[in-house]
Structure formats: structure tokens, C-alpha cells
Design a protein around this ligand. Structure first.
Ligand SMILES: NC(=O)c1ccc[n+]([C@@H]2O[C@H](COP(=O)([O-])OP(=O)(O)OC[C@H]3O[C@@H](n4cnc5c(N)ncnc54)[C@H](O)[C@@H]3O)[C@@H](O)[C@H]2O)c1
Length: 432
């Protein structure tokens, strides 16, 4: 089947190759001419394991093509997926301008009735509004389906081909059945609902996961104060299947392009609906506070940070992605520079020099050794395997007093690191 996809970011591009792999004929459209040009030349502008190979393979076999939105004069497919961004506005609400723009184009260029499938994360009630504002006035009777995406950057293709569930929300049975059929190759439970429920499922999922993270971070903070060991606590509670062990690693908090913005958007939606979602506000506050912990430790241990040399390992908000949107590294580096510290930073995938407009005056290095050379302290902000598996004996030789390591992701072995001679600080591991 011919399918058009609007928005070729992390979600749109994965959707494009996923559906092309199932045998559909995909045209991916974006408003960003540079992205389109790169894809047309089979070059990637995002890093996602395995994506480049699948883009090349499906382009070669003729199932995948890319173009700019303005270049196409009409929509000649039955189905259009929309995977445009829905970033945060300053008041926390989701900015739906990309979505509205995409819908306007689709309605304008449609030559027959379409099924419009929205993969972008949008506040509950958005689908209803889009129908009222655009679809009911359109020349054709289009169907609207909400099909929120749950992929995780860093393992996006795996999540596409082996998802935990597929959520399809529509107010029209024929349309939901039609879209369910597109996923027939994928073995996963399909949850069918109305549009607004599907939209809420996405926010509820992200808010719940963020809550788990902030919850365990608070237990870790309390463990530091009481002498408990967070690793033991997590091990002890994870055996309970009602709790489960996932998303219970304490650290410097969540970041990325989804959790922070989606939790803020849900809080905003609650407020404008007259409900104060206190739990969510606490989740946000805990997360904002958590990333300040490395700075608090450094101040406590070293006093004034002016002139101190600090190595930051990791820029991406999590391993195996090049995404730095709302990454803790940004705030940590900028605050430390504000305190007068000299920062060197390195990430295995993110080219800091290219993204340096996010960071004030940090020096971006090409490898770990340049980064840690002469450092008084190291902050591990992203748990890349390269950092976890480092020869820390060797690293020690490069660093200088007081040889502090702040393990912002609780992935190093505290005893070993202390035995080497470092002063180790994790989150909730002070008793180790
Ligand atoms: N990134 C994730 O891990 C993830 C996971 C699940 C859901 N989501 C949600 O999916 C949506 C997309 O996320 P993303 O990370 O892929 O965003 P992104 O910012 O990486 O990509 C969005 C793309 O849409 C393009 N675009 C904007 N307006 C357009 C238009 N009118 N027509 C065509 N293209 C247009 C942009 O140029 C950009 O390339 C968001 O709502 C996000 O919350 C993201």
C-alpha cells in the first residue's frame, strides 16, 4: 500500500523504514530541506542503531523515497502518518503548531478521502479539536486515528519490530481495523480505544515511568541520609512483580525529548482542566533537583569551583542515541561553567563541537583520555558502555587530587573505584 509519512525525525524515520520493511511503498516528507537532501543521498542526520542499513536497503528496493512537503502537489495515498514534533512551550503546554501545519497541508493536498494517523504525542482532546477545526470542513470525509508511538531512542528499531503493545484509537471502526491491519506482521497486543483514550494512554505511560524514576531517586536521596544502600533496596523491592525492577535505577534524573515535555504537558492539561496534579508536580521538582546533585557534591568536597578542572563523560540524554534534548549534561555543564570551573566533555556519538550552542565555553574532546587528563573530578552523566567498561586504574593516572568521581548513573562499582584511589560518589550509595 502507498503510505505518506510527514515528519522524518526519530519517530517518522523509524515508522517509514518499519512500514517499508513490511512491504509498503513509503514516501517520507519533511519541511526541512537539509534533512530530506541527506536522506535522498542515503546519509543519516540522527544516530539510531541499524537505521542507516534499513534506509539504504529499502531505498534501493524502491519501497522508500523522501521529498520535501512543499515539493508534492497532491496526496496520492490512502493513508498518511503524521510524526511531527510537539515540543514544550514556556508554560509547559505542548506546541501543536507543527501538527496543525501538517494537517492543513494534508487536507489541502488530498485528492480523495484519507485515513490520517497521528503518531505524535498530543494532549488528550487534540484529535477531537483537529476534527472540528480541519476535517469537518474538508472537501473529503477523512478518518482520524491516534496511534501513539512508544519507541525508545537507542533501541528504536527493536521497539518498532517487537513492541510491547500497539495502541490504535479511532472513533470509526473501519479506520481502526484498517490501521490495525497495517501492523499484521508485528506480533504484539493491539489495544483499540477511542481517540482521546489513546492520546491519554501515551501521556499516562510516560508520566508513570517518570514517576518511577523520581520515586526511586527520592528513596536514593533518603538512603544517602540514613545509610541504606539503594542497590540493595532496589534488589529487594524488584522481586515484587507488582513493582518490577525496570526504571528503578537511581541517578541524576530523566531527560530527553519525551519525558520532560510530556510530564510538563500533562501537568498543564490537568491545570487547565481545573485539577492540580500534585504527584506530577513533585515528579517534575524531584527531577529538576536531581541533576543539581553533582554540583552540590563538588561544592561540598572542593569548596569554590573556580579554576577546578572537571571532566564530563556523556552528553546524550541516554546511551546509544545522539539526542541531547533536555539532557542533564546541558544544565550540569552550564552551571559548572557559571561557577568558574573549566570543563572538558566527551561523548562517543554526540559531536559536542557541532552542538556547542547548547553549552557555554566547554571544551569538547575526541576521547576519554583527553577529557580526564588533569581533571580534579569526573562526572559520569551518560552510562555509555565505553565509560562503564573503562580501565579505571588507567583513568586514575590521568587525574589529579582530589580524584573525585560522581557516578550520575550508578553504573560503576563503588568499592573498586574507591580502592583505585578515587573518591566515589553515586546516588544513594554513600554507605558502600
Ligand atoms: N523521539 C522519541 O523517542 C519519541 C518516542 C515516542 C513518541 N515521540 C513523539 O513523536 C513525535 C515526533 O518526535 P521526534 O523525536 O521524531 O521529533 P523530531 O523533532 O525528531 O522530528 C520531527 C520532524 O517533523 C518535521 N516537521 C515539522 N513540521 C512538519 C510538517 N508540517 N510536515 C512535515 N514534517 C514536519 C521536522 O522538520 C522534524 O524533522 C513527538 O510528538 C514526540 O513526542 C517521540
Amino acid at each position: 500500500m502507498k503510505i505518506i509519512i510527514l515528519g522524518l525525525g526519530y519517530v517518522g524515520l523509524v515508522t517509514a523504514v518499519g512500514l517499508a520493511n513490511s512491504g509498503h511503498e513509503i514516501t517520507g516528507l519533511d519541511v526541512d530541506m537539509n534533512k530530506v537532501k541527506m536522506l535522498q543521498n542515503e546519509n543519516m542526520y540522527i544516530y539510531e542503531h541499524g537505521l542507516e542499513e534499513l534506509v539504504k536497503e529499502n531505498t534501493k528496493n524502491g519501497r522508500l523515497a523522501f521529498d520535501t512537503l512543499e515539493n508534492i502537489s497532491c496526496i496520492d495515498s490512502e493513508v498518511v502518518f503524521i510524526a511531527v514534533g510537539t515540543p514544550s512551550q514556556s508554560n509547559g503546554s505542548a506546541d501543536l503548531s507543527q501538527l496543525k501545519n501538517a494537517i492543513e497541508h494534508v487536507v489541502d493536498k488530498a485528492k480523495s478521502p484519507l485515513t490520517i494517523v497521528v503518531k505524535s504525542t498530543v494532549p488528550p482532546g487534540t484529535g477531537k479539536k483537529i476534527k472540528e477545526m480541519y476535517l469537518e470542513k474538508a472537501s473529503f470525509k477523512h478518518s482520524y486515528v491516534s496511534n501513539p508511538e512508544f519507541l525508545r531512542e537507542g533501541q528504536a528499531l527493536k521497539d518498532w519490530f517487537y513492541p510491547d503493545r500497539i495502541v490504535i484509537g479511532g472513533d470509526d471502526r473501519e479506520a481502526t481495523a484498517f490501521i490495525s491491519d497495517l501492523y499484521k506482521d508485528i506480533k504484539a497486543p493491539i489495544v483499540i480505544s477511542d481517540v482521546t483514550t489513546a492520546e491519554m494512554i501515551k501521556y499516562a505511560s510516560n508520566a508513570f515511568l517518570a514517576t518511577k524514576i523520581s520515586f526511586i531517586n527520592e528513596i536514593a536521596n533518603l538512603s544517602d541520609l540514613t545509610g541504606a544502600n539503594i542497590d540493595g533496596v532496589v534488589q529487594g523491592i524488584s522481586h515484587d512483580p507488582r513493582i518490577s525492577g525496570s526504571f528503578l535505577r537511581a541517578g541524576i534524573g530523566y531527560g530527553g525529548s519525551c519525558f520532560p515535555k510530556d510530564v510538563r504537558a500533562l501537568d498543564f492539561i490537568s491545570t487547565i482542566n481545573g485539577h492540580s496534579f500534585e504527584l506530577l508536580k513533585a515528579v517534575i521538582n524531584v527531577n529538576n533537583r536531581q541533576r543539581l546533585i553533582p554540583i552540590q557534591i563538588l561544592r561540598r568536597e572542593m569548596g569554590l569551583l573556580s579554576g577546578k578542572k572537571i571532566a564530563v563523560l556523556g552528553l546524550a540524554f541516554k546511551p546509544n542515541t545522539d539526542d541531547i534534548r533536555e539532557a542533564p549534561s546541558i544544565e550540569i555543564i552550564n552551571l559548572l561553567i557559571g561557577e568558574g570551573a573549566a570543563i572538558k566533555a566527551y561523548d562517543p556519538i554526540v559531536d559536542g563541537t557541532e552542538k556547542n550552542f547548547y553549552y557555554q565555553e566547554a571544551v569538547f574532546t575526541k576521547n576519554v583520555w583527553e577529557t580526564v587528563n588533569d581533571a580534579n573530578a569526573i562526572i559520569l552523566t551518560t552510562e555509555w558502555d565505553e565509560f562503564v567498561n573503562l580501565d579505571w586504574f588507567e583513568v586514575y593516572k590521568y587525574t589529579q587530587s582530589p580524584h573525585i568521581i560522581i557516578d550520575g548513573r550508578n553504573v560503576l562499582q563503588p568499592r573498586l573505584i574507591n580502592e583505585i584511589g578515587f573518591k566515589y560518589f553515586g546516588i544513594g550509595r554513600s554507605c558502600v
